[in-house]
Design a protein around this ligand. Structure first.
Ligand code: PGA
Length: 255
C-alpha cells in the first residue's frame, strides 16, 4: 500500500490567489513523484478552483455536515462536496471537536453520511494531554482511554465492510501545531492499540486493513520516523503543508 500524505491547510491562506499559488507550486514539485498518494484539503471556499487545477491530485474537504440537504444555515453537504469532485473528507478533527463542540455522536453521524455517499473519510482521534494523572496523582494512560472511547463511539453502527474504507489519523492534540511531535515509539504504541481495539470491535482482518496515519507537527525532518521507522500508512500535515517546498519534501521522503 502506498503511503498516504494529507495536507490540511485549515483556515489558510486568506486569498484565493495565494491558495492557487500554493497549490500550483505543490503540484509542480510532486508531479513526477510515484509510489505515494497525496490529498490536499483546502478550505471550502477554494475547492471549486483548486479542483479545476488538480488533475490527478486528490482533493479533500476539512469537514462536512451530517445531513444531505435542508435548512442548516452555514453548513456544507457531503453531496455538494462529492458533486464538486472531492474524494476525501476529514471528520472529527480535534479543532472541530474543540472549537465547534463536535461530539463523538456527531462524528459518528458524519462518518455514516460520508460513507453512504461513497466519499473516503479520514477520522481524526487522539488524546489531549501528554501526561495525565488521576485524582490521586498517579499517571493514567490517557491515549488508550481517550482513543478507545473515541473509536467505540465514532464507529458505532458502522459495519466491518465499510469501516475498512475509513482512514484513521492518530493525532495527539498536544502534538498539533506545537512543534513537539509524538515520539515514534509512542506513535507505535498508539497504532498497536488502535489495531487491537479494531480487532475487538470487528476482527483481525479489518484491523489490519484500516489505514492508520500520524498527525501532529510533522515535518520533512521527522516524516521518515513515522512512515519508514514504524511503518505507519502515512501522515496528516498541518502547518508544514502551507510551505510548498517543505510539503513536497515530506511527500518525497515518505516513499
Ligand atoms: P500540524 O497540524 O501539522 O500543524 O501540527 C496537524 C493537524 O492538525 O492535522
Amino acid at each position: 500500500m502506498n503511503p498516504l500524505i494529507i495536507a490540511n491547510w485549515k483556515m489558510n491562506p486568506v486569498t484565493l490567489k495565494e491558495a492557487e499559488r500554493l497549490f500550483g507550486t505543490v503540484k509542480k514539485e510532486i508531479e513526477e513523484v510515484e509510489g505515494v498518494e497525496v490529498v490536499v484539503c483546502p478550505p471550502f471556499a477554494y475547492l471549486p478552483k483548486i479542483i479545476s487545477l488538480a488533475g490527478d491530485l486528490a482533493i479533500g474537504a476539512q469537514n462536512c455536515f451530517y445531513q444531505e440537504k435542508g435548512a442548516y444555515t452555514g453548513e456544507v453537504s457531503p453531496l455538494m462536496l462529492k458533486d464538486l469532485g472531492c474524494q476525501y473528507i476529514i471528520v472529527g478533527h480535534s479543532e472541530r471537536r474543540k472549537y465547534f463542540q463536535e461530539t463523538d455522536e456527531g462524528v459518528n453521524n458524519k462518518l455514516k453520511i460520508v460513507l453512504k455517499n461513497l466519499l473516503k473519510p479520514i477520522l481524526c482521534i487522539g488524546e489531549e494531554a501528554r501526561d495525565a494523572f488521576n485524582s490521586s496523582g498517579r499517571p493514567v494512560n490517557e491515549m488508550s482511554l481517550v482513543v478507545g472511547e473515541q473509536l467505540a463511539k465514532d464507529l458505532n453502527g458502522i459495519s466491518a465492510s465499510r469501516v475498512v474504507e475509513i482512514t484513521i489519523a492518530y493525532e495527539p492534540i498536544w502534538a498539533i501545531g506545537t512543534g513537539l511531535p509524538c515520539l515514534s515509539d509512542d506513535a507505535m504504541k498508539a497504532v498497536l492499540f488502535i489495531r487491537k481495539t479494531l480487532t475487538n470491535l470487528y476482527n483481525r482482518s479489518v484491523a489490519e486493513r484500516v489505514r492508520i496515519l500520524y498527525g501532529g507537527s510533522v515535518t520533512s525532518q521527522n516524516v521518515i520516523d513515522y512512515v519508514k521507522g514504524i511503518n505507519m500508512n502515512g501522515v496528516l500535515v498541518g502547518a508544514a503543508s502551507l510551505n510548498a517546498s517543505e510539503f513536497a519534501k515530506i511527500v518525497k521522503r515518505a516513499i
